[in-house]
Design a protein around this ligand. Structure first.
Ligand code: GUN
Length: 376
């Protein structure tokens, strides 16, 4: 994997770069649509490519390990072939889902024993087997196995957990050395900074992660219920330590405003279920604020879904039509809303990139944050 910085904003820490992997180019800042179970819910791969223009999507080790299971992905020749997606894939390690989804999980030094949310069966994730599973899934970027602490989190728990995440990182790195690439292309490994909302822990963790010398670095344990200001404070501290010449990925973030604020602090990569999950509930993000398309006020509004026309659904369908589809529970409603929201998120990060390169990112960001902070 190669990362080249193409430009830096002078009034903030924002950067524009290019990541190159064996599955192509990712222009940063980037947003990665979440495709948990080998599908971005309701969206065809050809729409992700041709309409939404996603360079990279995210998959989840926890889900893919449970279904379809690694042996099926191995038989298929990896996740890219299985789902017919020839651009980039990043897989999260399960170090988040195992805490949020499974019942009866027990975290020990060795790893995490958990009960499947599908059939109640018991499984164990360790740093070692999670590296093996991710090798078999075959994503271009794979993540360290970590513990994502909840919010709020007691200082001593956060500290102990952070040290365990660091020891797990060493185990991931040692084990990966023994595991060759499976499908003929390179897989890059990103470690994850933890430390909850404590500046001293975040600094310590960022130093540990930076010292691992990986090709890219991630920040976890944020957007778990803390106020946005605390998230930004942690991002700022961590970005002051993580190397400039490697991509920085902020996991699980966030709203369009969170994304712009974190780009300003030096983040290059984002993922979040928000555009897809909220779309399925009828919430649309736009450059002028968010819309609940189920509201009666849209009943006879025959104007374009979004006159800014970021994807074809924006001008091919009206607000009144989409509201109708939601009210009669048509699944096309969710598909249209999802394409719109992903199209908007990808537009937003591409636009951010243009403004970083043009040198007016900060002013544009301030204007956009004001504009998007509305409910229409
Ligand atoms: N996704 C969002 N936050 C986290 C985190 O802290 N760890 C991992 N592995 N994934 C995440």
């Amino acid at each position: 994997m190669k990362f080249e910085l193409k430009g830096k904003d002078l009034q903030s820490k924002a950067r524009a770069g290019v990541i190159t992997t064996d599955h192509g180019v990712i222009e940063t800042p980037i947003f990665m649509p979440v495709g948990t179970v080998a599908s971005v819910k309701g969206v065809h791969q050809r729409e992700l490519k041709n309409d939404i223009n996603a360079d990279v999507i995210l998959g989840n080790t926890y889900h893919l390990y449970l279904r379809p299971q690694t042996r099926i992905l191995e038989q298929a020749g990896g996740l890219h072939k299985f789902m017919n997606w020839d651009r980039n894939i990043l897989t999260d390690s399960g170090g988040y889902q195992v805490y949020s989804l499974s019942a009866n999980r027990k975290i020990k030094e060795e790893g995490v024993k958990f009960k499947s949310h599908i059939d109640g069966s018991y499984h164990t994730f360790t740093p070692e087997n999670v590296m093996e599973i991710q090798r078999t899934i075959g994503a271009d970027i794979i993540m360290a196995f970590d513990e994502c602490t909840p919010y709020p989190c007691d200082y001593n728990y956060a500290k102990r957990s952070m040290h365990m995440t660091h020891r797990w990182l060493d185990r991931c790195v040692n084990h990966l050395e023994k595991l060759p690439f499976k499908y003929g292309y390179e897989q890059s490994f990103f470690p994850i900074v933890q430390g909850s909302t404590y500046k001293d822990l975040r600094l310590q963790s960022a130093e540990y992660i930076a010292n691992a010398g990986a090709v890219g670095n991630a920040i976890g344990g944020l957007s778990v219920g803390e106020p946005a200001e605390e998230m930004y404070a942690m991002t700022e501290v961590v970005c002051s330590v993580l190397p400039e010449d490697k991509p920085r990925y902020l996991m699980g973030v966030g709203t369009p405003i969170n994304i712009l604020e974190n780009i300003a602090l030096g983040i290059d990569m984002f993922d979040c279920v928000m555009p897809t999950r909220n779309a399925r509930n009828g919430m649309l993000f736009t450059a002028h604020g968010s819309i609940n398309i189920k509201n009666k006020k849209w009943e006879d509004d025959f104007s374009a879904l979004d006159e800014m026309d970021m994807t074809y659904v924006d001008t091919e369908y009206s607000k009144a039509y989409l509201r109708h589809l939601f009210s009669v529970n048509e699944r096309l409603a969710m598909q249209i809303a999802t394409i719109h929201n992903l199209g908007f998120y990808l537009w937003l990060v591409r636009e951010a990139r243009k403004h970083i390169l043009a040198g007016d990112f900060r002013a544009w960001k301030e204007m956009m944050v004001k504009q998007m902070d509305k409910r229409l």
